[in-house]
Design a protein around this ligand. Structure first.
Ligand SMILES: Nc1ncnc2c1ncn2[C@@H]1O[C@H](COP(=O)(O)OP(=O)(O)OC[C@H]2O[C@@H]([n+]3cccc(C(=O)O)c3)[C@H](O)[C@@H]2O)[C@@H](O)[C@H]1O
Ligand SMILES: Nc1ncnc2c1ncn2[C@@H]1O[C@H](COP(=O)(O)OP(=O)(O)OP(=O)(O)O)[C@@H](O)[C@H]1O
Ligand SMILES: NC(=O)CC[C@H](N)C(=O)O
Length: 566
């Protein structure tokens, strides 16, 4: 019988001393449970993913020193094996680093394993820094149990990626009793279920129990939900750690089965995870909380228009940071509806947030008369409309800059896709909370917040009003864009689905009743495709957004700006 402690922790990238301290505390807690092994996540020492910090002068020296500290600490708990993820040096031809797993005990390194499959797609870029390991398999006998080791992507060979090597098969040949997999697997919709499916299948096929340990926390646009788990060949997933929380918990491993510390079978793990809206909410709240604290912000500011995007952003910020730490500013112009201010007031009352007022009429008049005086022609049309958004963006940045609040951007995925936003205006900000939510989902998440609160947080007046930028008299989003239920379905296909081949447009269109006639569909989809492509320049300059889906704007979707591809 073996006791194994799962250390699902929220490490900070590059904070070597802080990460060592967390690991030592978890090791002590493991020892208090009389554990034999404590397992940390992939690259726990540096947190995942340090990116080009790995190339910075002195970074690897600091990693070496931090690892030496861990070794020293392990001497004080001599019975415990520590499974540690870290970047390590190598002298093979090619890159000079490996993504490594080391097992240490009593001040000694007992085993070193190098990750064989380095994900270099979507948001991952490991081949940029690491040389793949060529290990056959690494196993270690601990209290009579033969343990084998893998690192994250190593376990995903059978997932349609068609790598030349299959680390799982190599490991199976070494006949371990248990596989320990250390991971840094960011969450997005359906990811937990995908992990369960991939690792349950591998467990069944190879007849091996697997312990999967993930990190938790927000790192710029990526959020890691944790949800570490244990899987057995016959029973499937038998244990799951909490989602979006740190957890240090000890399991028993006895005769190929995972048991609770008390020796019982763990409670059944539900197949279904969180409902979609609850998932979005927790991912965004943790993403903002970690971004803010790691960047040194305790407070945030948001422009409150009385529209749904800023209302949802405000409500999520309140949940993450607390109402006393969030400030809303209403900035009416001559085109703002009465509801813009009244609805903001009600929203802020519901959320317990202070609402400040800064009308922008004077600023807009001053800028436009200055423009005329300087350039001899009036500022008009879209440029004049956008001036309002730019005046607001500047006021918000003034506030952020002088009072130290993080400015939260309110753009959703629908408008970011088609560039329905003003550069250096409402795109200003440090972090976008809802930039991976389509407009239709913005409504759904707002309703979800109200339902779970059991009261109206986001007023019905805001949820019920027709979306409008309010930059011109009577302006509505539908005057410039297809209705959101239509737009969103087309965007999902164009951005996240397969590329549509000619002839597939009908299929796309069938998603939405409104898209009926082939010719119109074709024209509309082509128009939307053109808008997405033309507006890459705005997205490149926009703040990072919290990633919720597999294909989000940001590092996982690298599109050229100055391109011509029909
Ligand atoms: N490739 C490129 N690289 C760098 N800059 C590029 C560029 N292509 C155009 N530009 C420049 O970008 C500028 C045009 O972009 P920009 O100034 O943003 O303005 P633009 O895209 O022309 O207009 C913004 C649109 O968003 C709507 N809007 C604004 C605010 C809020 C909302 C809402 O409801 O959420 C909607 C507004 O009604 C309008 O239809 C021009 O100065 C142009 O020269
Ligand atoms: N009158 C205003 N006062 C304060 N901020 C505003 C005002 N108008 C716009 N903004 C800021 O600019 C952002 C974009 O404006 P926009 O009107 O497009 O979005 P919204 O009102 O939140 O949602 P919707 O698109 O449903 O109207 C807002 O989310 C808000 O942060
Ligand atoms: N760190 C990794 O190797 C992550 C890749 C993996 N397929 C995941 O997202 O779960």
């Amino acid at each position: 019988m073996l006791k194994i402690t799962v250390a699902q922790l929220n490490f900070t990238i590059g904070d070597l001393a802080g990460n060592v301290a967390k690991m030592v505390a978890a090791a002590r807690s493991a020892w208090a449970d009389e554990s034999d092994i404590v397992v940390f996540s992939e690259m726990a020492l540096t947190a995942y993913y340090p990116g080009d910090l790995l190339d910075e002068d002195g970074f690897m020296e600091r990693v070496d020193a931090a690892f030496a500290d861990l070794l020293l600490a392990s001497r004080q708990i001599p019975g415990l094996h520590w499974v540690v993820g870290l970047p390590a040096r190598c002298d093979a031809p090619g890159k000079k680093l490996i993504n490594a797993l080391r097992v240490i005990q009593g001040g000694e390194v007992l085993l070193e394993y190098a990750k064989q499959l380095l994900p270099t797609y979507n948001i991952f870029d490991e081949r940029r820094h690491f040389e793949p390991g060529q290990d056959v398999a690494k196993v270690l006998r601990i209290r009579g149990v033969q343990a084998g080791f893998l690192i994250c992507e190593d376990g995903w060979n059978d997932h349609g990626l068609d790598y030349a090597v299959n680390p799982f098969e190599r490991l199976r040949d070494a006949a371990p009793d248990l596989v320990i997999s250390i991971n840094a697997s960011p969450s997005n919709t359906g990811k937990r279920e995908q992990r369960h499916q991939v690792f349950s299948a591998a467990s069944r096929r190879n007849q091996l129990p697997i312990l999967y340990v993930n990190q938790v926390g927000g790192h710029d646009q990526l959020v890691y939900e944790g949800a570490s788990f244990a899987v057995e060949p016959r029973a499937g997933v038998v244990h799951e750690a909490g989602r979006f929380v740190e957890e240090v918990s000890t399991l028993r491993f006895d005769n190929g089965r995972f048991l609770t510390l008390a020796g019982d079978r763990p409670a059944k793990v539900p197949v279904e995870g969180l409902p979609l809206m609850a998932f979005y909410r927790r991912q965004i709240v943790l993403g903002l909380r970690d971004y803010a604290r790691r960047c040194g912000f305790s407070r945030a500011v948001i422009g409150s228009s009385g529209g749904i995007d800023s209302a949802l952003t405000l409500a999520l910020a309140v949940e993450a940071l607390g109402p006393a730490n969030v400030v809303a500013i209403t900035m009416p112009s001559e085109f703002s509806s009465a509801g813009s201010v009244d609805d903001s007031e009600l929203l802020c009352r519901n959320l317990g947030v202070e609402l400040l007022r800064h009308p922008i009429n004077g600023l807009v008049a001053e800028f436009s008369s200055g423009f005329k005086a300087a350039f001899g022609q009036p500022l008009q049309g879209i440029a004049l409309e956008n001036l309002q958004a730019r005046a607001r963006g500047t006021v918000l940045m003034e506030y952020s800059n002088s009072l130290g609040h993080l400015l939260l951007t309110t753009g959703n995925k629908s408008e970011l896709s088609v560039g329905y936003c003003t550069l250096y205006g409402d795109t200003n900000g440090g972090l976008g909370l809802i930039g991976d939510l389509y407009k239709t989902e913005v409504f759904a998440l707002s309703r979800h917040l109200n339902e779970t609160a059991g009261k109206e947080l986001i007023p019905q007046a805001i949820i019920g009003k027709a979306p409008s930028a309010e930059l011109a008299p009577g302006q509505k989003d539908v005057d410039s864009l297809p209705p959101y239920p239509v737009l969103d379905e087309v965007l999902k296909l164009l951005i996240e689905g397969r590329r549509l081949a000619p002839g597939e447009y009908e299929k796309a269109a069938s998603f939405v009743d409104a898209l009926r006639k082939e010719a119109e569909n074709h024209a509309m989809i082509e128009r939307i495709r053109g808008m997405i492509a033309r507006n890459e320049y705005k997205r490149r300059q926009a703040p990072p957004i919290i990633r919720l889906r597999a294909r989000a704007f940001g590092t996982g979707r690298q599109m050229p700006i100055a391109a011509k591809f029909e």
